[in-house]
Design a protein. Sequence first.
Length: 171
Amino acid sequence: MKNAFITIILSCSLSIFAQENPFNGLNYDKVVAFEFNGNGMRTIDKVLTGERSRLDNQVILDSLQIKRFEKIISMKDAYGHSTAACFDPHFAVIYYLKDSIVAQVDVCLLCNYLISSLKIPAMHQNIMDEGTEYERPLTGFSKSTRKNLDDFIASLHFNTYREPLESVFDE
């Protein structure tokens, strides 16, 4: 009976996280992190297909790094703040299957948000001006998410574009 209870609790907690993590169930065989110059609103796919001189570094992620990244960007408390109008990413993660892109996430810590090819449910849970014509999701990172992403990027030795984490979005 005790084992059945533990199994139920474990299954429930795993299924709850699975619903929050849009990458669960994604079929891929390689995940690569990129450091690049995305100034001018260039996402990593545009850099890889036409402006490779903007590419600085890349690292194939192992399973622990993949799970760490997914956990950071999928947590319920990862969002809920404002963003800048610009988007000049310098970090991205691409999921590949047989050398074809199946998912992509571009991150700009200075602009305080990411763009993902998969919908991340946590990004859409905090709504500003709900029920009005000005309604919009607060997709900006929380201070802890910016810190966790910065730590993750640093762990990959991507230091070309790292900036101090002080942000106007924390005021």
